[in-house]
Ligand binder design. Structure first.
Ligand code: ADP
Length: 454
């Protein structure tokens, strides 16, 4: 039996030892999910809606427990983890309306009537990363369940605890046994078995672009459709005509939230040259003001990195001779702590190119709007980005010109459950969330019914 130690990243203590499943367990899980899905899809739409609302209520009743679990498993600050558990509830409630709204169309044709049905795919495989274990899983399982599917979630090796609990809560809330299962295991074992299993009709993968490429290759072998949410290297573009105080005060939170372990992190700040000095003057105290520390404390804004291995990867981007402009604070002692770090490297440096996935941001300057757009787009990624300007026309011109899926003007917001989320270029394929998400978990069936002449 293979096991994995689940480690609290803030203390380095082992909090649990978990058995990792193998490919045989995936076969059994798919068989159970297939039976559960038949029961689920046969329920009246209003009944499925009611059960999903019940699941949302159960999550709400366990919000504190789920948040505490995420604090100890992932090192997320308690305020953030509480929001995450609440977000799972919100996403479930939002998609609980979907079973009664999955309408097809009636299309005018000669000789009869033509109607379409949004049929559930069947069993959906969901492979999640370790940065937002609960919320990213919910973005897939809530609309997939709402569309009448069963869902098998393979959580990331380091952070399986909240998703294991959510699957238990689904059963206690009255979802059919086996409809939502969590399968802890290695990516190249359980993840791969899900992708290649003939009983799994679609795969949603969130993680690195390198692994996403592999997932797509494996899925191609059986023409299994995929949604991919991959990496990012997003720009935070600060124009001279912006509210510079607000742009500087909020910039740390656009990149250091979740210790920078966020595919939407605005990890490249681009500042118009004429206001660079003033921006840096304002940015330095804002970075120093980020409260890094014990994730259990309500006042904490940034916790540790998720693991020793990840700490080593992030650290490799900040060697002793790195061009550090300034840094924030971090605790010493046990825990995978890394202070918020601001670099001013050459444009060709790998810190400007690679997704570091830690609290490290680069600052570059630009002369004018055209150069800002060119720099923002000079990346294989295209997930998110921010534009700071008080000029509405400029804001619209630049948002339309930046090749990314989720842009915000004068804010760093990326994710609302009611709006679509996903990437351009190598940041992914497909969209999650928003009103159309359940349709991504259906197949369109067209039916023509001949009407005989009288
Ligand atoms: P990281 O962000 O640490 O680079 P990955 O993108 O590799 O992580 O991992 C995201 C998810 O993909 C995790 O659940 C991981 O177990 C899973 N995974 C890793 N390798 C594979 C693979 N070959 N096939 C399917 N899933 C994988």
């Amino acid at each position: 039996m293979t096991t994995i130690d689940i480690v609290n990243p803030a203390t380095e203590e082992t909090i649990s030892v978990l058995e990792l499943l193998d490919a045989t367990a995936v076969d059994e899980a798919v068989a159970r999910a297939t039976s559960a899905q038949r029961i689920w899809a046969a329920l009246a739409p209003a009944e499925r809606a009611e059960r999903l609302r019940g699941f949302a209520d159960t999550v709400a009743a366990h919000q504190g427990e789920l948040a505490d679990l995420e604090v100890s498993n992932s090192g997320h600050p308690i305020g953030q983890a509480t929001w995450e558990a609440g977000h799972v509830r919100d996403v479930l409630e939002y998609y609980a309306t979907a079973p009664e709204r999955l309408s097809g169309r009636q299309i005018p044709v000669a000789g009869g009537i033509d109607i379409t049905f949004a049929e559930p795919i069947g069993v959906i495989g969901v492979i999640t990363p370790w940065n937002f274990p609960m919320t990213i899983a919910a973005w897939a399982f809530a609309p997939a369940l709402a569309a009448g599917n069963a869902v098998l979630v393979k959580p990331a090796e380091w952070t399986p605890l909240t998703m294991l609990r959510l699957a238990e809560l689904a059963v206690s809330a009255g979802l059919p046994d086996g409809l939502l299962q969590t399968l802890p295991g290695r990516g190249d074992v359980v993840g791969d078995a899900l992708i290649t299993h003939p009983g799994v009709g679609k795969v949603v993968f969130t993680g690195s672009t390198a692994t996403g490429t592999r997932v797509m290759e494996r899925a191609a072998e059986s023409v299994t459709p995929v949604t991919l949410e991959l990496g990012g290297k997003s720009a935070n573009i600060v124009f001279a005509d912006s509210d510079l105080e607000r742009a500087a005060a909020t910039a740390p939170y656009g990149v250091f939230d979740n210790a920078g372990q966020d595919c939407c992190a605005r990890s490249r700040i681009l500042v118009q040259r004429t206001v660079y000095d003033r921006f840096m003057e304002l940015f330095e105290p804002a970075v120093a003001g980020v409260t890094v520390g014990d994730p259990r404390a309500e006042s904490t804004e940034m916790g540790p990195l998720v693991s020793r291995a990840h700490w080593e990867k992030v650290s490799s981007y900040v060697p002793d001779d790195a061009p550090v402009a300034f840094r924030g604070s971090a605790p010493t002692g046990p825990g995978f702590w890394f202070p918020p770090t601001v670099l001013t490297p050459a444009a060709s440096d790998r810190t400007v190119r690679d997704e570091i996935f830690g609290p490290v941001v680069t600052v570059q300057t630009f002369a004018d709007e055209a150069e800002a757009i060119a720099l923002a787009n000079d990346t294989p990624y295209g997930l998110s980005g921010s534009i700071w300007t008080e000029n509405l026309s400029r804001a619209l011109r630049v948002t339309r010109a930046v090749a990314a899926g989720n842009l915000s003007v004068n804010s760093h917001s990326s994710v609302r459950y009611s709006t679509p989320f996903g990437g351009f270029k190598q940041s992914g394929i497909g969209r999650e969330l928003g009103p159309d998400a359940p349709f991504a978990f259906t197949e369109t069936k067209n039916v023509f019914i001949a009407v005989a002449d009288a």
